[in-house]
Design a protein around this ligand. Structure first.
Ligand code: HEC
Length: 94
């Protein structure tokens, strides 16, 4: 079962590899990259750090989206909830 999940994730990773650029563009368009970077800490933590820290929590993307959209515990974002969620789903694949 576990190896099946890992295999599924690997395939997803391969598939996402093809669209990773589009998602980075989305994060850019949503303004996230003003304060975040995939690899390095900027004003906010790097997206890879965020993903690594929260991988075990499958509700994290939704919780973080709510936090960002409501601007509670996160600087206000002008991106729509759907865009923030799409970026968060991508972040969790990093
Ligand atoms: C104005 C700067 C700024 C912008 C724009 C910004 N962030 Fe952040 N973000 C931060 C800072 C600063 C933190 C650290 C906040 C803290 O931990 O107190 C953070 C933290 C986070 C976290 C971790 C939150 C947690 O508590 O686990 C996530 C996830 C995140 N940002 C995602 C995003 C996404 C997605 C976008 C684009 C929609 C975005 N951020 C746009 C500055 C920004």
């Amino acid at each position: 079962m576990k190896s099946l999940v890992i295999a599924a994730l690997a395939v997803t990773g391969l598939l996402l590899g093809g669209v990773a650029h589009a998602s980075a563009d989305k994060a850019n368009a949503a303004g996230c990259m003003k304060c975040h970077d995939v690899e390095k800490k900027k004003m906010g933590p790097s997206f890879k750090d965020i993903a690594a820290k929260n991988k075990a929590n499958k509700d994290y993307a939704a919780a973080a989206t709510a936090k960002i959209v409501s601007a509670k515990g996160h600087p206000k974002s002008s991106a729509s909830e759907a865009d923030v969620k799409a970026v968060m789903d991508w972040v969790m694949t990093l």
